[in-house]
Design a protein around this ligand. Sequence first.
Ligand code: BG6
Length: 498
Amino acid sequence: MASNFNNPHIDPFDYVVFGGTGDLASRKLLPALFRRDRDGQIPPPSRIITAARAGLSRDEYQSHVEASLRQFLDGEDLDGQTWTRFRERLYFVQLDAASEAGWPDLVSLLDDSPREVRVFYLATAPNLFGRIAERIKLSGALSPEARVVLEKPIGHDLASARRINDEVGQVFAEPRIFRIDHYLGKETVQNLLVLRFANALFEPLWQSHTIDHVQITVAESIGIESRGAYYDRTGALRDMVQNHLIQLLCLVAMEPPASLDREAVRDEKIKVLHALAPISAADVAHKTVRGQYRAGAIVGSPVQGYLEEAGVPATSRTETLVVIKAEVRNWRWAGVPFYLRTGKRMPKKVSEIVIQFRPVPHWVFPGSGAATTPNRLIIRVQPDEHVRLSLWMKEPGPGGLRLRSAALNLSFAEAFKGRFPDAYERLLMDVVRGNATLFMRRDEVEAAWTWIDQILGAWEETDDRPRPYTAGTWGPSAAIALIERDNRTWFEETLDIA
Ligand code: BG6
């Protein structure tokens, strides 16, 4: 298959998905593979093999995928020609991760027509990762080129993450382990690298003399959906901050890498993780806020509270929102707080990074101007992806000099026509190509857990309980107070930008 700029060459592959009948596979993995097929990036003999406990025939599995694609292709067309082709790629093997049952069937299917690239995608609970890796080896399913993808969360804390990494590491060498964080596959997140390192404009300003603080918000309006049991064991700190928010922070704070080589990028990210100031019991009360949503309304529709959700115990203390004031202790960022905020059942789904610049040293214009609203760079990760820079301008008109904050706005939809691929599309194909730049190395995951474990420990030591907030709001008042104590405010689009 000819390669082009948008579709780099891909060798034929076998993608074996463990947990392939689960939520992630239905919502994300299969639609992503389907779209890559529709765009002509999947070479003909490639196969997608689902390994799961359910007893399905191949035919039943194909129908199951068809139904889930109809549901999760977001109104896109399940076009007949691609579906006919895609359907033929789908295989199903009934298998038990914990015993020998079914493994010989998988091996004989794989050996049937061996592909050069064999990917094992573990979309299961993390406590199965080690066992599945071991079975892959014992059963003879391992091939020299085989690679494994580990879905987050990798463990529950540092100790369990280390155990999983050790177990998987017994079977797969580190360069063959792809730890996925789908935020790194998002277009705007990759764009952070381009914005910072392809434009001479920002880098000289990207430091504590010019930047006052950084805000990273990942707000969701959805609740925990049908994931009560998982979520209640996990909470927002482990579910979102340990991975997605910390990765965003790393990309904002890291030094320019020498190249885009996977080790070069990951070496710079790990330095940021090592520079994160620990949050101890002494400062957890003023540097963090936990929240738990109560019944409320999202865009006018009533929703129930967290404690009423299926699978959640009525006495749960799990946080559905967390706000953290983080510090990166190094030369570039000394004294620049990074305010992190994420939560479920907030008023809308929005992920964005706000770089708040300092005011000019001396304001010569009438009025308070830059002292109250200095320049700001907003990187909107989703939805309505854009990059926006607020600048002071003279309001047109005679008589006097009236200033107004106005925005230079680069909307991705307007500037770049066409479809924005889902993060998984990019990442799933990166695995086949062996490109691990956008995946996490073992030491990154463990360093992130080290920081998170300190916060968890501090909450436990101080008996911190989540504060209630009404669904459909920006969290408990403490979430606002945390930043306002520093004489700063959360960025609010409607109020803050012309
Ligand atoms: C997942 C979390 O990793 O990310 C979910 O487990 C969360 O709880 C999801 O809803 C958010 O991803 P996105 O791409 O919708 O922002």
